[in-house]
Write a protein that binds this ligand. Structure first.
Ligand code: SF4
Ligand code: SF4
Ligand code: F3S
Length: 263
């Protein structure tokens, strides 16, 4: 996109591990395109400002780009006890979310934390952590995954810039990335169909490409494009590396998909 068309992006960090930012910052090809396509006005991990200056930058960016910026949210929002369980610069995530997100042209909730609460919302969740839409009722395009796949963020940004329609599923996930299950495209599917199941981690069978269902694989219940998009510049993804899918792009997966492993 031409420089003039680069949309201003305000990137908020709430209750998270920064793994979603790391996923794209450590994928130089994809991360580079993302950073060339958008203009990041505020991002706590990569901006130079700190302290009060950073707070001021956020305030100024919201004012300057009111109604026009893309808000990327990474992390869940604490909602119990007036949001007391999560703060940045003395302000609750909840306050910041209410202050910023309603002024955005579009909100992208990246990673399972921002989309559905993620690890912070795992039982017993004393802080009342929730994803963006559940926390403040704001509409968001959800790009779950723990971490989200940087290619899915890039694809969503490009579709948005080109005014392409974004079809979504019932969990607010774009169908171009989350329309098929991990199982549908799994490189081990042939072995599944032949009833060839690995029963031990690191075994010869895992190496031979046998299905990981008996080791706990949640691929059949999980919607994400990891088998085709893969991670780390399309090098690999969990199942290819011999690790069962833990369902990381499904709402509530820390509670609903555990135990992750079976043997
Ligand atoms: Fe980290 Fe996972 Fe949350 Fe992304 S979704 S910020 S990788 S815990
Ligand atoms: Fe399906 Fe998982 Fe087996 Fe792949 S490893 S075929 S996703 S059950
Ligand atoms: Fe997550 Fe399963 Fe893909 S664990 S990264 S959805 S293979």
């Amino acid at each position: 996109a031409a420089a003039a068309q680069r949309p201003a992006v305000i990137w908020l960090h709430f209750g998270e591990c920064t793994g979603c930012s790391e996923a794209f910052l450590r994928t130089p090809d994809v991360g580079g395109i993302i950073l060339e396509t958008i203009s990041v006005e505020y991002h706590e991990t990569i901006m130079a400002a700190s302290g009060h200056q950073a707070e001021q930058n956020l305030h100024n960016a919201v004012k300057q780009y009111d109604g026009k910026f893309v808000c990327v949210v990474e992390g869940a929002i604490a909602t119990a006890h007036n949001g007391a369980y999560g703060k940045v610069g003395g302000r609750t995530f909840l306050d910041i979310a209410w202050d910023v997100i309603p002024h955005a042209a579009v909100t992208l909730a990246i990673g399972s934390c921002a989309a559905y609460g993620g690890v912070a919302a795992a039982a017993p969740n004393p802080g009342g952590y929730k994803g963006v839409t559940d926390a403040i009722g704001a509409p968001a395009i959800n790009l779950p995954g723990c971490p989200m796949n940087p290619l899915n963020l890039l694809g969503t940004i490009l579709k948005y810039l080109n005014n392409e329609p974004m079809e979504m599923d019932g969990y607010g996930r774009p169908l171009f990335a989350y329309g098929e299950s991990v199982h549908d495209r799994c490189p081990r599917l042939k072995h599944y169909e032949n009833f060839e199941f690995a029963t031990e981690f690191g075994s010869k069978e895992v190496e031979m490409g046998y299905c990981l269902l008996d080791l706990g694989c949640k691929g059949p219940e999980t919607y994400n494009n990891c088998p085709t998009a893969k991670f780390n510049d399309s090098t690999s993804f969990p199942i290819q590396a011999g690790h069962p899918c833990i369902g990381c792009s499904e709402p509530g997966f820390w509670d609903t998909m555990t135990p992750f492993y079976e043997e």
